[in-house]
Design a protein around this ligand. Structure first.
Ligand SMILES: [Zn+2]
Length: 266
Protein backbone atom coordinates (compact mmCIF):
# COMPACT_ATOMS: atom_id res chain seq x y z
CA UNK A 1 0.00 0.00 0.00
CA UNK A 2 1.83 3.04 -1.23
CA UNK A 3 -0.80 5.71 -1.24
CA UNK A 4 -2.25 6.60 2.10
CA UNK A 5 -2.14 10.34 1.65
CA UNK A 6 -5.90 10.66 1.34
CA UNK A 7 -6.59 8.68 4.45
CA UNK A 8 -3.90 10.49 6.37
CA UNK A 9 -5.27 13.84 5.26
CA UNK A 10 -8.68 12.79 6.54
CA UNK A 11 -7.25 11.81 9.89
CA UNK A 12 -8.46 8.26 9.34
CA UNK A 13 -5.19 6.40 9.42
CA UNK A 14 -2.37 6.35 11.86
CA UNK A 15 0.60 4.42 10.51
CA UNK A 16 1.56 1.40 12.55
CA UNK A 17 4.07 2.01 15.30
CA UNK A 18 6.42 -0.71 14.14
CA UNK A 19 6.03 -0.28 10.41
CA UNK A 20 8.61 1.88 8.71
CA UNK A 21 6.80 3.11 5.64
CA UNK A 22 8.07 5.73 3.27
CA UNK A 23 4.75 7.19 2.20
CA UNK A 24 3.55 8.83 5.35
CA UNK A 25 4.24 12.51 5.58
CA UNK A 26 3.62 14.25 8.89
CA UNK A 27 -0.09 14.39 9.49
CA UNK A 28 -1.62 17.69 8.52
CA UNK A 29 1.58 19.68 8.69
CA UNK A 30 -0.51 22.80 8.16
CA UNK A 31 -1.92 22.41 11.65
CA UNK A 32 -5.42 22.88 10.28
CA UNK A 33 -8.21 21.11 12.14
CA UNK A 34 -9.40 17.86 10.59
CA UNK A 35 -12.31 17.86 8.17
CA UNK A 36 -15.51 17.53 10.12
CA UNK A 37 -14.82 20.38 12.43
CA UNK A 38 -13.63 18.65 15.57
CA UNK A 39 -11.03 21.15 16.62
CA UNK A 40 -9.61 21.50 20.10
CA UNK A 41 -13.04 22.36 21.45
CA UNK A 42 -14.78 19.51 19.59
CA UNK A 43 -16.81 16.85 21.34
CA UNK A 44 -14.06 14.24 21.21
CA UNK A 45 -11.80 16.36 23.33
CA UNK A 46 -14.21 16.77 26.19
CA UNK A 47 -14.03 14.64 29.28
CA UNK A 48 -16.95 12.26 29.29
CA UNK A 49 -18.38 9.18 30.92
CA UNK A 50 -16.66 8.22 34.12
CA UNK A 51 -13.74 10.59 33.70
CA UNK A 52 -13.23 12.84 36.67
CA UNK A 53 -14.28 16.42 36.25
CA UNK A 54 -13.15 19.42 38.18
CA UNK A 55 -9.83 18.74 39.86
CA UNK A 56 -7.44 17.68 37.14
CA UNK A 57 -5.11 14.79 37.77
CA UNK A 58 -1.45 15.57 37.87
CA UNK A 59 0.74 14.42 35.04
CA UNK A 60 3.47 12.07 36.17
CA UNK A 61 7.12 12.75 35.40
CA UNK A 62 9.15 10.08 33.59
CA UNK A 63 9.00 6.76 35.41
CA UNK A 64 12.15 5.12 36.70
CA UNK A 65 11.86 1.37 37.19
CA UNK A 66 14.84 0.15 39.21
CA UNK A 67 16.01 -3.29 38.19
CA UNK A 68 14.51 -3.10 34.72
CA UNK A 69 16.59 -2.55 31.58
CA UNK A 70 16.76 0.84 29.90
CA UNK A 71 14.53 -0.54 27.16
CA UNK A 72 11.49 -2.16 28.74
CA UNK A 73 9.72 -4.87 26.79
CA UNK A 74 7.54 -6.33 29.53
CA UNK A 75 6.87 -6.21 33.26
CA UNK A 76 6.94 -8.91 35.95
CA UNK A 77 5.70 -12.26 34.69
CA UNK A 78 4.61 -13.42 38.12
CA UNK A 79 2.11 -10.64 38.75
CA UNK A 80 -1.47 -10.32 37.56
CA UNK A 81 -1.15 -7.18 35.46
CA UNK A 82 -0.72 -6.21 31.83
CA UNK A 83 -0.28 -2.77 30.24
CA UNK A 84 -2.27 -1.77 27.18
CA UNK A 85 -0.26 0.95 25.45
CA UNK A 86 -1.60 3.09 22.62
CA UNK A 87 -0.09 5.05 19.77
CA UNK A 88 -1.77 8.40 20.43
CA UNK A 89 -3.11 9.89 17.21
CA UNK A 90 -6.26 9.89 15.11
CA UNK A 91 -9.86 11.02 15.31
CA UNK A 92 -10.51 12.45 18.78
CA UNK A 93 -14.03 11.02 18.98
CA UNK A 94 -12.71 7.53 18.32
CA UNK A 95 -9.92 8.10 20.83
CA UNK A 96 -12.40 9.31 23.46
CA UNK A 97 -14.65 6.30 22.77
CA UNK A 98 -11.70 3.99 23.42
CA UNK A 99 -10.88 5.71 26.69
CA UNK A 100 -14.55 5.51 27.71
CA UNK A 101 -14.60 1.74 27.07
CA UNK A 102 -11.49 1.31 29.20
CA UNK A 103 -12.97 3.36 32.02
CA UNK A 104 -16.29 1.48 31.96
CA UNK A 105 -14.34 -1.71 32.60
CA UNK A 106 -12.19 -0.15 35.31
CA UNK A 107 -9.07 -0.42 33.14
CA UNK A 108 -6.28 2.11 32.79
CA UNK A 109 -4.18 2.49 29.68
CA UNK A 110 -1.02 4.27 28.57
CA UNK A 111 -1.19 6.68 25.63
CA UNK A 112 2.02 7.57 23.82
CA UNK A 113 0.97 10.77 22.10
CA UNK A 114 2.33 12.05 18.81
CA UNK A 115 3.25 15.72 19.26
CA UNK A 116 1.55 16.90 16.05
CA UNK A 117 -1.65 15.25 17.29
CA UNK A 118 -1.42 17.20 20.54
CA UNK A 119 -0.99 20.38 18.49
CA UNK A 120 -4.32 19.61 16.79
CA UNK A 121 -6.09 18.15 19.82
CA UNK A 122 -4.54 19.80 22.89
CA UNK A 123 -7.48 18.93 25.14
CA UNK A 124 -6.86 15.23 24.60
CA UNK A 125 -3.86 15.43 26.94
CA UNK A 126 -6.09 16.44 29.83
CA UNK A 127 -8.82 14.00 28.78
CA UNK A 128 -6.33 11.12 28.98
CA UNK A 129 -4.99 12.14 32.40
CA UNK A 130 -8.44 12.87 33.82
CA UNK A 131 -9.46 9.30 33.00
CA UNK A 132 -6.68 8.03 35.25
CA UNK A 133 -4.58 6.95 32.30
CA UNK A 134 -0.92 7.56 31.68
CA UNK A 135 0.52 9.87 29.04
CA UNK A 136 3.84 9.68 27.24
CA UNK A 137 5.90 10.86 24.27
CA UNK A 138 5.71 9.17 20.86
CA UNK A 139 7.83 11.76 18.99
CA UNK A 140 6.69 14.95 17.34
CA UNK A 141 5.85 13.68 13.84
CA UNK A 142 5.99 9.87 13.99
CA UNK A 143 8.81 9.57 11.48
CA UNK A 144 11.08 6.53 11.15
CA UNK A 145 13.02 7.72 14.18
CA UNK A 146 15.84 5.20 14.10
CA UNK A 147 16.68 6.20 10.51
CA UNK A 148 17.15 9.89 11.30
CA UNK A 149 20.47 11.64 11.98
CA UNK A 150 21.01 12.34 15.67
CA UNK A 151 20.08 16.04 15.67
CA UNK A 152 16.82 15.39 13.85
CA UNK A 153 15.95 12.41 16.03
CA UNK A 154 16.63 14.44 19.14
CA UNK A 155 14.43 17.26 17.85
CA UNK A 156 11.61 14.74 17.29
CA UNK A 157 11.89 13.60 20.91
CA UNK A 158 12.19 17.04 22.47
CA UNK A 159 9.51 18.51 20.20
CA UNK A 160 6.90 16.19 21.68
CA UNK A 161 8.37 16.58 25.17
CA UNK A 162 7.94 20.35 24.91
CA UNK A 163 4.28 19.95 23.91
CA UNK A 164 3.63 17.63 26.82
CA UNK A 165 5.34 19.98 29.27
CA UNK A 166 3.33 22.92 28.02
CA UNK A 167 0.03 21.04 28.22
CA UNK A 168 0.51 19.02 31.41
CA UNK A 169 3.54 20.31 33.31
CA UNK A 170 5.77 17.28 32.68
CA UNK A 171 7.41 15.65 29.66
CA UNK A 172 5.28 12.55 30.21
CA UNK A 173 5.87 9.24 31.95
CA UNK A 174 7.31 7.33 29.02
CA UNK A 175 8.99 7.64 25.67
CA UNK A 176 8.35 5.24 22.81
CA UNK A 177 10.15 5.71 19.47
CA UNK A 178 8.04 5.89 16.32
CA UNK A 179 7.89 3.17 13.65
CA UNK A 180 9.96 0.61 15.45
CA UNK A 181 9.51 -1.90 18.23
CA UNK A 182 13.03 -1.35 19.51
CA UNK A 183 15.12 1.76 19.83
CA UNK A 184 18.68 1.79 18.56
CA UNK A 185 21.49 2.56 21.00
CA UNK A 186 21.59 6.10 19.59
CA UNK A 187 17.86 6.71 20.07
CA UNK A 188 18.04 5.26 23.57
CA UNK A 189 20.87 7.64 24.39
CA UNK A 190 18.96 10.60 22.96
CA UNK A 191 15.85 9.66 24.94
CA UNK A 192 17.86 9.57 28.15
CA UNK A 193 19.41 12.93 27.29
CA UNK A 194 15.88 14.31 26.85
CA UNK A 195 14.96 13.12 30.35
CA UNK A 196 13.47 9.64 29.92
CA UNK A 197 15.27 6.95 31.98
CA UNK A 198 13.63 4.20 29.91
CA UNK A 199 12.48 3.52 26.39
CA UNK A 200 9.12 1.75 26.28
CA UNK A 201 8.99 -1.21 23.91
CA UNK A 202 6.40 -4.00 24.00
CA UNK A 203 6.17 -7.77 23.73
CA UNK A 204 2.72 -8.08 22.12
CA UNK A 205 1.82 -6.40 18.83
CA UNK A 206 -1.96 -6.32 18.33
CA UNK A 207 -1.50 -5.49 14.62
CA UNK A 208 -4.59 -3.29 14.97
CA UNK A 209 -3.21 -0.48 12.82
CA UNK A 210 -3.87 -2.63 9.75
CA UNK A 211 -7.60 -2.66 10.61
CA UNK A 212 -8.05 -6.44 10.43
CA UNK A 213 -11.42 -6.22 12.24
CA UNK A 214 -12.26 -6.36 15.93
CA UNK A 215 -12.38 -10.19 16.22
CA UNK A 216 -8.85 -10.47 14.79
CA UNK A 217 -7.49 -7.79 17.13
CA UNK A 218 -9.18 -9.50 20.07
CA UNK A 219 -7.78 -12.91 19.08
CA UNK A 220 -4.24 -11.62 18.52
CA UNK A 221 -4.09 -9.87 21.88
CA UNK A 222 -5.67 -12.66 23.92
CA UNK A 223 -3.55 -15.33 22.19
CA UNK A 224 -0.29 -13.52 22.99
CA UNK A 225 -0.76 -11.55 26.20
CA UNK A 226 0.26 -13.00 29.54
CA UNK A 227 1.14 -11.60 32.94
CA UNK A 228 3.59 -8.75 32.53
CA UNK A 229 2.83 -8.13 28.87
CA UNK A 230 3.03 -4.69 27.34
CA UNK A 231 0.61 -4.64 24.40
CA UNK A 232 0.94 -2.24 21.47
CA UNK A 233 -2.38 -0.82 20.21
CA UNK A 234 -3.54 2.33 18.42
CA UNK A 235 -6.05 5.07 19.20
CA UNK A 236 -8.18 6.26 16.31
CA UNK A 237 -9.21 2.85 14.96
CA UNK A 238 -12.85 1.79 15.27
CA UNK A 239 -11.92 -1.89 15.25
CA UNK A 240 -9.73 -1.37 18.28
CA UNK A 241 -12.55 0.37 20.14
CA UNK A 242 -14.86 -2.57 19.39
CA UNK A 243 -12.19 -5.08 20.39
CA UNK A 244 -11.38 -3.50 23.73
CA UNK A 245 -14.35 -4.71 25.84
CA UNK A 246 -13.89 -8.39 24.83
CA UNK A 247 -10.13 -8.05 25.33
CA UNK A 248 -10.64 -6.70 28.84
CA UNK A 249 -13.22 -9.39 29.50
CA UNK A 250 -10.84 -12.11 28.32
CA UNK A 251 -8.00 -10.76 30.43
CA UNK A 252 -10.31 -10.58 33.45
CA UNK A 253 -11.35 -14.20 33.02
CA UNK A 254 -7.69 -15.13 33.19
CA UNK A 255 -7.21 -13.11 36.37
CA UNK A 256 -5.32 -10.33 34.61
CA UNK A 257 -5.83 -6.60 35.15
CA UNK A 258 -5.10 -3.79 32.69
CA UNK A 259 -3.09 -1.15 34.54
CA UNK A 260 -0.89 1.81 33.65
CA UNK A 261 2.65 0.97 32.59
CA UNK A 262 4.02 2.62 35.70
CA UNK A 263 1.81 0.42 37.88
CA UNK A 264 2.96 -2.61 35.90
CA UNK A 265 6.68 -2.02 36.38
CA UNK A 266 7.00 -0.34 39.77
ZN1 LIG B 1 3.20 4.73 16.60
Amino acid sequence: MLRTATAVAAGALAPGCATARTDTAPVRASGAPPPGGTGPSGPGARPSGTATSGAARRARPPTRAPGLPVQIQHGPRRGDAVALTFHGQGDPKTAAALLGEAERAGARVTVLAVGSWLDEQPLMARRILDGGHELGNHTQRHLDLCALPAPEAYAEITGCADRLRKLTGTIGSWFRPSRTQYATALVTRLARKAGYPHVLSYDVDSLDADDPGAPAVQRTVLDRARAGSIVSLHLGHAGTVAALPPILDGLHRRGLRAVTTTELVT
